[in-house]
Design a protein around this ligand. Structure first.
Ligand code: PMV
Length: 315
């Protein structure tokens, strides 16, 4: 019997992290060469309602009924069943795999949710519209992240660059000319909650100065949107460098990120910045094809993982 399989990509924030918390725009892009996959196999001989979940990355091989109710996979399935007004699934085995780095701001949890929701809908034979998949994944995120902005579920579902302002409908961006990002991981788990909290503390002490920084980041993000839409991605490099200066002023960079950024620029990147919460996690660099090997070489000793990905309007 065939398995019902579905995929969802990783993501990265290109511009606007932190300022987006204070209602300035941000841009996130899908990283399509890393993916989460969910595959569901019917088990007609198993006991009715028996659902086995296997996820080697988190060392999981368990019956759904034996997992704690707050487990993200249990929550995703519960939210899915509730949406369709179903009580349970036919007996099956669900296999989750992913090569999206965990805890590095690449949206691995969201991608697992979306892949699982899509595989479940194929398995029960109900079509799942993208917007519904995105909304359901957002429900799952709310349980774990309190007040997620909604950017992750949108960019991962649509696998398209997204321009996002808090409490507004996200806008899918048309990429008139594809461009290439090199993503290098410091290997330090990124601490989004901590850095967001630290920025909040500074904002409480010095709102005027921080608001000025957020305004400048917002302006950069708006310009970046234009470059992406009008097909001048090479101009994004200078905007990334400027965004990084402002992130340093917010004190969310760290020596390891600064080192990767300097080395990437030194080896020919058009621009580079941290991505996501900061103080660890990934740096991203805008690169021309002919410089990729040189930049990879310059970073290899310092990065725990390097991913090169093209950003385009293709899904
Ligand atoms: O680390 P990530 O990719 O989850 O991004 C965090 C982005 C912040 O702006 C720092 C926080 C947020 O909720 O938008």
């Amino acid at each position: 019997m065939p398995a019902f399989a579905a995929y969802a990509p990783g993501k990265i924030i290109l511009f606007g992290e932190h300022a987006v918390v204070y209602s300035r725009p941000a841009i996130a892009v899908p990283i399509t060469n890393v993916k989460a996959r969910a595959a569901i196999q019917a088990e007609p001989l198993a006991e009715p309602g028996s659902i086995r979940i296997i996820s080697p990355a988190i060392d999981l091989d368990s019956l759904l009924s034996d997992l704690p109710s707050e487990h993200p996979l249990v929550q995703s399935i519960a939210i899915f069943l509730n949406h369709y007004g179903l009580k349970s699934l036919p007996a099956c085995t669900i296999r989750i795999t992913s090569d999206i780095p965990v805890a590095s701001g690449m949206g691995s949890g969201t991608a697992v949710s979306i892949a699982l929701l899509r595989a479940l809908s194929a398995f029960i034979g109900h079509p799942l519209a993208d917007q519904t998949a995105s909304n359901l994944a957002y429900e799952v995120e709310k349980i774990y992240h309190g007040t997620p902005s909604g950017i992750d579920n949108t960019v991962v579902t649509y696998s398209r660059p997204v321009y996002f302002i808090r409490n507004h409908s996200p806008e899918l961006l048309k990429v008139s000319k594809p461009f290439t990002l090199l993503i290098a991981d410091t290997g330090i788990p990124s601490s989004t909650a901590i850095t967001v909290g630290e920025v909040r503390k500074r904002w409480e002490q010095d709102a005027k100065d921080l608001e000025k920084i957020f305004d400048q980041i917002g302006e950069i993000t708006t310009q970046a949107k234009l470059c992406i839409e009008e097909g001048t991605p090479e101009k994004l490099g200078a905007l990334m460098d400027h965004n990084q200066q402002l992130l340093q002023m917010l004190n969310v960079s760290c020596p390891e990120l600064d080192n990767l950024i300097q080395r990437a620029r030194g080896a020919g990147a058009l621009g580079a910045k941290l991505s996501g919460g900061g103080k660890g996690g990934n740096m991203i660099a805008l690169v021309n094809e002919d410089k990729i090997e040189k930049i990879k070489h310059a970073l290899s000793e310092y990065a725990s993982r390097i991913i090169v990905s093209e950003v385009s309007s293709e899904r």
